[in-house]
Design a protein around this ligand. Structure first.
Ligand code: ADP
Ligand code: MG
Length: 578
């Protein structure tokens, strides 16, 4: 016989691992319990990224002695009592797993008292076993302290990252909740230093400004929309304020932070052509929906949910965003700008705006509109020599450069080319420690969110090496004094993009691979979509590209240039055999 039943301790640890994989997941579960207990004050004290200690104190409903003992058992909850309740969940927790799992893999201390009780309870456990329980004089509410994390799961412990990286995960979760829970004061400290002090307010925008920074706050549009029993409130960024990624987007359903593809898709579809390629809006959306119309029990950490009627939710969110943008006069005519099913990202309106700027050359005879359908990149056929002998004809869609070569037609992707040029130059400069920094005439005050500030300070040295120098200042403010010269155009916005990118890294140190990824990223972000260039500028770009070590692809591997030979053209026009 090879099959046997696992012992209870192993079963418990496996189950615990599903819910708890790092300090941040503990913080998430504990803060959700505090919300469920109707607290309006929650203080979170973290030591060493939560690896040494997590302590959460709230002023919520508390527990009596019996409940306290029960709370750390598996599948014990006060929030639902039968299967039917699963379809109408109004609390964050309901699975009754969190405290059980946390206690299983740590030393846990709970101090708790209900309002009507005179005496509270102190309970200490290790590995799920109660070691001590005694009455204690304490305030109403609950304090939970987690230490000795993963003491009995060495492998999990080894997987933990540095204190800063673990803390940045905690900060992310606390920031998301602080943003939406405006009726709760939330204080977060790390190693004794106060990182977030988010006070109660009845004004949502106050929270947004506090947590996302003034720079973002200024460029937000408020949403307040009702349709079919769905209420959508929150903020979206004006199209002039975008990011290179989605880190500053938050969606909440009934105040629960969720990751939802449908809602996010509806938002992007509503922005439509107002967004440049590869740029992302900032948004904070709270969707209030009858809890019987969603299923939150689809994932152990409850970050994903399922809507009963996805299509309807999509449409309502789409309408909410679209009408808000429309009201703000950002969309001149809702229909004019919407090219149904179009996959082309136009950089201008071909019919109204200027025409494509084909240069008027006498020597070349492109007289008719030619519809070229290029099947595949033929860059491998090219060699560098060809660059010198090109005759530049013009630009299409402010994106592609058309040139005539001796034996055919050559197209460049202007942005891919620019990225390649910037990337090689930047990398070379970095190698010899010669990144040129451009001093800003006036220090740029950046009012960031707590996560961004945290990561900026953590990677200060690296950021300085690539050209960004700054000083720490009060609150979430940094004073930026230099930027890399090469990125003259996007400046401080790019800096924030890089911070967001670093937040995603979750690595303890910057190694070569991360370094080059960040630089690739920066180069991509530095290239502005839809730039109309003069013929001289186009010429210079092609010259610079020629000097590159690897001119035929952008740093992300897309081709910079493709060629259509005369013989290929002849084939397409069915001239072969003449
Ligand atoms: P769930 O939240 O899914 O019910 P948990 O394991 O997180 O399960 O918590 C178990 C129970 O312990 C809760 O249902 C609640 O009754 C109680 N509890 C946990 N944390 C608190 C708290 N901060 N204040 C009051 N009661 C709490
Ligand atoms: Mg819970």
């Amino acid at each position: 016989m090879v099959i046997h039943v696992l012992d209870q301790s192993t079963i418990n640890k496996i189950a615990a691992g599903e819910v708890i994989d790092r300090p941040a997941s503990i913080v998430k579960e504990l803060i959700e319990n505090s919300f469920d207990a109707n607290s309006d004050y929650i203080k979170i004290d973290i030591e060493n990224g939560g690896i040494d200690k997590i302590k959460i104190s709230d002023n919520g409903s508390g527990m009596d002695r019996e409940d306290c003992i029960l709370s750390i058992k598996r599948h014990t909850t006060s929030k639902i009592s039968s299967e039917f309740d699963l379809y109408n969940i109004n609390s964050f927790g309901f699975r009754g797993e969190a405290l059980g799992s946390i206690s299983e893999i740590s030393d846990l201390k709970i101090i708790t008292k209900r309002e009507d009780d005179e005496i509270g309870t102190l309970m200490e456990s290790q590995g799920g076993k109660i070691k001590n329980i005694e009455p204690i004089i304490c305030k109403t509410g609950t304090t939970i302290e987690v230490t000795n994390l993963f003491f009995n799961m060495p492998v999990k412990k080894d997987y933990l990252k540095s204190s800063e990286i673990e803390f940045s995960q905690i900060l992310k979760i606390i920031s998301k909740y602080a943003l939406i829970k405006k009726e709760v004061a939330i204080i977060l400290t790390h190693n004794g230093k106060e990182i977030i002090n988010s006070q109660k307010t009845d004004n949502f925008l106050n929270k947004v400004i506090f947590l996302l920074g003034v720079d973002v706050g200024r460029n937000l549009i408020e949403i307040n929309y009702k349709e079919e029993g769905l209420i959508i409130t929150g903020f979206i960024s004006k199209p002039s304020l975008t990011r290179a990624d989605k880190t500053e987007q938050s969606v909440y359903v009934n105040q629960r932070y969720v990751k939802d593809r449908i809602i996010s898709q509806a938002v992007y579809d509503a922005y439509d052509t107002l967004l440049f390629i590869n740029r992302h809006p900032i948004f904070i959306l709270n969707i209030q929906i009858n809890s019987s119309l969603i299923d939150v029990n689809v994932h152990p950490n409850k970050e994903f949910i399922k809507f009963k009627n996805e299509k309807e939710v999509y449409e309502i969110v789409y309408n909410a965003i679209k009408s808000t943008l429309f009201k703000t006069n950002l969309i001149v005519d809702a229909n004019l700008n919407r090219i149904e099913n179009s996959k082309i990202n136009k950089h201008y309106d071909f019919s109204i705006d200027k025409q494509t700027n084909l240069f008027k050359t006498n020597d070349y005879k492109i007289k008719e509109d030619v519809n070229l359908y290029l099947r595949e990149a033929e860059s491998q056929e090219l060699n560098k020599e060809v660059f010198g002998k090109l005759n530049i004809l013009g630009q299409i869609n402010k994106t592609f450069i058309i040139c005539e070569a001796e034996d055919g037609l050559i197209l460049f992707d202007q942005h891919a080319a620019e990225e390649r040029v910037n990337y090689e130059k930047f990398l070379n400069d970095l190698k010899i420690n010669a990144i040129k920094k451009q001093s800003l005439i006036e220090q740029k005050i950046l009012d960031l969110n707590p996560e961004q500030k945290n990561i900026a300070l953590y990677y200060k040295q690296f950021l300085s090496k690539i050209g960004f120098e700054f000083e720490d200042f009060d609150g979430n403010i940094l004073k930026l004094s230099t930027i890399p010269e090469i990125f003259g155009r996007l400046k401080s916005i790019l800096f924030v993009d890089i911070l967001n990118e670093l937040i995603k890294e979750k690595k303890n140190i910057i190694n070569n691979e991360i370094e080059s990824r960040i630089i690739k990223f920066a180069c991509k972000a530095s290239v502005k979509a839809g730039d109309e260039l003069t013929k001289e500028e186009l010429k210079k770009l092609i010259k610079d590209l020629e000097k590159c070590e690897n001119p035929f692809s952008c740093p992300h591997g897309r081709p910079t240039t493709i060629k259509l030979s005369i013989s290929e053209l002849e084939k397409k026009f069915k001239r072969t055999g003449w």
